[in-house]
Write a protein that binds this ligand. Structure first.
Ligand SMILES: [Zn+2]
Length: 179
């Protein structure tokens, strides 16, 4: 993805929104709050405002969504951030209410460990999206997991996996598919 920081935008830390992400980002303020359930870290950042990305907000969310096992960060897909905001909005939940984050970016090392353990969430269809920074496993406190799943499917912005035993919904920005 091209990050074209014009002179004015660069000075303000604002990045023009690329064509690929534009359909998900109308004007207004795009804010995302997350809490990592593994270490209880909380992040609350505005990552787009008035049709431009906010670089400091993107950086904060890249850090918040990092592989907490290895401390590796990756540039998260901005469409995924927009998907999460859209999902929260579709459920009528305010911007300051954090998603509980079970998994965001996964490094190749972490992914290999998780695969070796087996379990429900190791399928070929989903593993690569976490490694590409295009997937999160989440739940939203106060919202029944089934309702979160249904709202994610209704958005039609990517893949949605339902893991009731593990207490999360997987969402990604790859092609639309459900499991
Ligand atoms: Zn997942």
């Amino acid at each position: 993805m091209v990050i074209g920081s014009g002179i004015a935008g660069g000075m303000l830390g604002l990045i023009p929104i690329s064509a690929s992400a534009a359909p998900f980002l109308p004007t207004g303020e795009w804010r995302l709050a997350i809490r990592n359930v593994h270490n209880n870290e909380r992040f609350d950042a505005v990552f787009a405002r008035g049709g431009r990305f906010v670089s400091a907000g993107l950086a904060e969310l890249n850090h918040g969504l990092r592989d907490w096992r290895t401390e590796e960060e990756a540039p998260m897909d901005r469409r995924l951030l927009a998907l999460l905001v859209s999902l929260r909005q579709s459920l009528g939940v305010t911007g300051g209410k954090p998603f509980d984050l079970i998994s965001g970016y996964r490094s190749p090392a972490t992914n290999a460990v998780l695969r070796s353990r087996g379990g429900a969430h190791t399928g070929v269809a989903t593993k690569s999206q976490h490694m590409l920074g295009k997937a999160t496993d989440i739940h939203l406190p106060g919202v029944p997991l089934e309702r979160l799943r249904d709202a994610a499917r209704a958005l039609g912005m990517g893949g949605v996996g339902y893991y009731p035993k593990d207490g999360f919904v997987h969402v990604d920005t790859a092609r639309v598919r459900h499991w």
